[in-house]
Every structure is written in structure tokens, then in C-alpha cells.
Write a protein that binds this ligand. Structure first.
Ligand code: TRP
Length: 460
């Protein structure tokens, strides 16, 4: 993505565009965060809430951001200020840029775990662990790793540097090609793992946890978590979708694209749940064991599922963690790009310089977040260590606020003709799907999101 708004290249194919957008949306949010939250919040009932949030809140907001981005043809922070003079609305873009940066600071910590597990998979460490026959060794191994003061921090820095060097060159050229290759690969390997997970010991329990709802577990804070997760996973309110949409061409059907991206993203999250929960039950871990399901339950299941064919177990685990690293890297690159483009354009500094500023600040705060899993774990605010605090604030505070502002802006302040032109591509597609979307953005989302936000935090 070049910061130059006059020279915006477009995606060359429809499918490339959907996959590139989905590729940036799919990341740790789907594979790591979704199962963790589903585990902590009662399984199937949470899944249902999540899907409702994606459909009624996430997809319309995505369309809203697409409209702003494609119309304004510039980076997020400027897109909003181009469209309005209102003080608050002008800053929606900047707030999104800040949220993206904030998330990146702790996102790279989880990225470092993914990188470590990829290396472990290559070195065959999991099969050595499995020789003890006790699944608990995986939990101990994870705990030991994340609380190590140096290695995760070092990996986090390596991760952000990889993204740094991609970004410095401008990512747009590579991203479409990369996504076209990677997404189908990720999908296929996940499908293979889904099939295997049906045959594990914990399949029955795991699947019924994920698909048989128990609504007694739901309260307002759960709804807020589901909503925040829907925004998180779809990359809403972080300036990314808006930037992507500025590269869409005139013929792109925004509503249709948002539905496809939402569907792919949700499917990947559900597949991740299908892979992980049977594994969790097979190994007799608690479903609510937190930040670690992907890293504790999965290595175990790879070994179990392929106990008779260790070489296949080896290959599948290497492949899975490789794809996890790739999916994470694409998200990190997109998250890195947003503040970078903003700084370069806003302060008229070189791209190299703006990338460096983002990289350094993220390294510093990211290292603190990483250390908060170990030596800095005593440092807590509201009972949360720094890592959990960053996760909580981004998901339960910043994203809902961003979502509310975007809906109010698009629904109430944006010019009606721009909206209808964007939705119907200047009248070339009949705007069938658009009326409900406008209604949702105008009335439903501002009211419902605000209510969920305030009651989820216990304010009302
Ligand atoms: N949606 C990504 C995920 O599920 C994370 C993410 C949040 C993101 N905001 C973003 C990715 C902005 C790219 C751009 O992991």
C-alpha cells in the first residue's frame, strides 16, 4: 500500500480481492482468540452470539468502512477528515489507527509464540514431549516458554522486523499474490485437521461443547465479549478495511464482498473451534484454560492423532504452525501498515522513517507485554497483567467505541448520495441489499452497540 493516494493500484481479480481482504482479517483472532473466548464463555451459546454479532453488526460496519475508504481514496485517518468537518467524526480514522497500533503491541507477543511453536515443530520437540504420555507436559512447556524473559521477546522482535522489511518496500504488490496462495493452503490444512478431530477421543464432548448451547452462561458482559471479538476478527474499526477499500475498483460490489469476507472469516474461526475443542477434551484440559489452547491442546492432538504414523504427525504439525505464522504475518503486516501510512502522510516523513517509528514503539511496548507473562507478571492493573489488559481494552473498549462512531458517522453524517453511489456502484447494481444495511447502520447498530457496551462494562 503506497501512501500516495493519486497512484492507487487496484486489485486485479474479484477472488484476489476477497482473499486478500479475508487474508488480512484471518489471523490470531480466528485461530487463537476465538477458541479462547469461546472456551471461557460457555461454548455454543457464545458461538451463536458471535455469529449474530457478525451478521447484524460486523458485516454492515464492514460495508460502512468500505464505503468510506473507496469513496475517499486515501488512508484511513484522512478518509474521514475528507468526508466531514465534524470534530469527533474527523478523528474516527485516527482513533482506528491508534487502535491498530495498540493491538499490534500485544499481537506480536502471540505471534512470537506461533513462531516458537513452528520452530519446535520443525525440531520435532513435540514428539519428544509426547513420550512422557502425560498431556500436562504441554501445559508446562507452554508456561515455561512464555515466562522466559528473553526468548519470546526476541521472537516478537524478529516478527515485527520481518513485517518491517516488507512494509518498508510497500506491501500492496505482494499481498494479493500471497493471499491467493496462502488462503487455500490454510483452508485445506485446517480441513484435514477438522476431519482428524472427529476421530479423537474428545470429539463427542468437544463438538457438543461447541454446538450445543447453554444459554444460562450468557450475560451482558458475554455479549460485549462476543461483539468485541466479531469486530476484532473482522478487523473492524481499525482503519484496515477502509484502506483496503481504497484499492477496490469501481465494479466491486461492496455488500457482496463484505458478506464473503465475513463468511470466510467466520468459517475459519469455527473450523478452529472444531479442531481445538475435541483436542482439549481428549487431553482433559479445562476449556477455559485461557490464552493457550492452540499452544497446549494442539501439539498434543497432533501426536495422538498420528500416534501410529509419527512422520505424518510431524508433517502436519510443521505445516499447521507454518500456516499459523503466515496467517499471523499477514495480519501483522496489515496492522503495521496502518499507522505507518498515517505517520508518513500526516507528518510528511519518509516511509522508512515512519515504519521505523512504529517498529520501535511496538518493540518497546510489545516487550513489556511479553515480559508481563513472566517476570513482570506482578505488575497488574484491575487484576490483569499488561498482556491481558491490552487484550481487554482493545476488544472490550476501543473496538466497540470505534464501531459506534463509524455507524453514527455513516448512518447520520455521510452524504446520502455517496452512500447510494457506493452501494449500487453508481446505479449499475440494483441496491437490493443496501436498504437493510443503511437501516442497521443508522438505527440498530448505534443503539444496540452502545447498550451492549455500557451494560457489558457494568455502567448501566
Ligand atoms: N482480524 C485480525 C485477526 O483476526 C486481527 C486484526 C485486527 C487485524 N485488526 C486488524 C488485521 C487490522 C489486520 C488489520 O487476527
Amino acid at each position: 500500500m503506497t501512501p500516495d493516494s493519486h497512484n492507487r493500484g487496484n486489485f486485479t481479480s474479484k477472488i484476489g480481492l476477497v482473499l486478500a481482504t479475508a487474508g488480512s482479517a484471518i489471523g490470531l483472532g480466528n485461530i487463537w482468540r476465538f477458541p479462547v473466548l469461546t472456551g471461557q464463555n460457555g461454548g455454543a451459546a457464545f458461538l451463536i452470539l458471535y455469529i449474530v454479532c457478525v451478521l447484524l453488526l460486523g458485516i454492515p460496519l464492514m460495508v460502512g468502512e468500505f464505503m468510506v475508504g473507496r469513496h475517499a481514496q486515501s488512508n484511513t485517518a484522512h478518509a474521514y477528515s475528507k468526508l466531514t468537518n465534524h470534530k469527533i467524526f474527523k478523528n474516527i480514522g485516527r482513533f482506528g489507527v491508534f487502535t491498530g497500533w495498540f493491538i499490534l503491541c500485544y499481537y506480536i507477543v502471540v505471534s512470537s509464540w506461533a513462531l516458537d511453536y513452528f520452530i519446535d515443530a520443525i525440531l520435532g520437540r513435540f514428539s519428544k514431549l509426547s513420550q512422557t504420555g502425560d498431556p500436562q507436559v504441554y501445559a508446562d512447556y507452554f508456561q515455561q516458554f512464555v515466562s522466559n524473559p528473553y526468548i519470546p521477546t526476541l521472537y516478537a522482535i524478529i516478527f515485527i522486523l520481518m513485517s518491517h522489511f516488507v512494509i518498508i518496500r510497500g506491501v500492496k504488490k505482494g499481498i494479493e499474490k500471497f493471499a491467493k496462495l496462502m488462503m487455500p493452503m490454510l483452508f485445506i490444512i485446517m480441513l484435514v485437521l477438522v476431519i482428524f478431530s472427529f476421530f479423537t477421543d474428545g470429539a463427542k464432548e468437544g463438538l457438543s461443547f461447541l454446538f450445543k448451547p447453554d444459554f444460562s452462561k450468557i450475560d451482558f458482559s458475554t455479549i460485549l465479549i462476543a461483539m468485541g471479538q466479531a469486530f476484532y476478527s473482522l478487523s473492524i474499526a481499525m482503519g484496515c478495511l477502509c484502506t483496503f477499500a481504497s484499492y477496490f475498483n469501481k465494479e466491486t460490489d461492496l455488500v457482496n464482498t463484505a458478506f464473503k469476507v465475513g463468511a470466510i472469516d467466520t468459517l475459519v474461526a469455527i473450523m478452529s473451534g472444531i479442531i481445538i475443542f475435541p483436542a482439549v477434551f481428549s487431553a482433559h484440559f479445562g476449556v477455559d484454560s485461557g490464552a493457550s489452547l492452540v499452544f497446549i491442546a494442539l501439539p498434543n492432538v497432533f501426536q495422538q492423532a498420528f500416534a501410529n504414523m509419527p512422520i505424518l504427525g510431524y508433517a502436519v504439525s510443521v505445516l499447521f504452525y507454518f500456516l499459523l505464522v503466515l496467517a499471523t504475518l499477514t495480519s501483522v503486516i496489515s496492522l503495521h501498515e496502518v499507522p505507518t501510512a498515517f505517520l508518513a502522510e500526516h507528518f510528511k516523513i519518509s516511509r522508512k522513517r515512519s515504519t521505523t517509528i512504529v517498529t520501535i514503539t511496538v518493540c518497546i511496548i510489545g516487550s513489556l507485554c511479553s515480559l508481563s507473562m513472566g517476570s513482570l507478571s506482578g505488575l497488574t492493573i484491575c487484576d490483569k497483567n499488561l498482556f491481558d489488559l491490552f487484550d481487554y481494552i482493545s476488544g472490550q473498549v476501543f473496538l466497540p467505541i470505534g464501531g459506534i462512531l463509524i455507524a453514527i458517522f455513516v448512518g447520520w453524517s455521510m452524504d446520502k448520495t455517496i452512500i447510494s453511489n457506493q452501494l449500487t456502484n453508481y446505479g449499475t447494481i440494483p441496491g437490493k441489499g443496501s436498504t437493510p444495511i443503511v437501516f442497521l447502520l443508522k438505527y440498530f447498530i448505534p443503539v444496540v452497540t452502545t447498550l451492549i457496551f455500557l451494560s457489558g462494562l457494568g455502567i448501566i
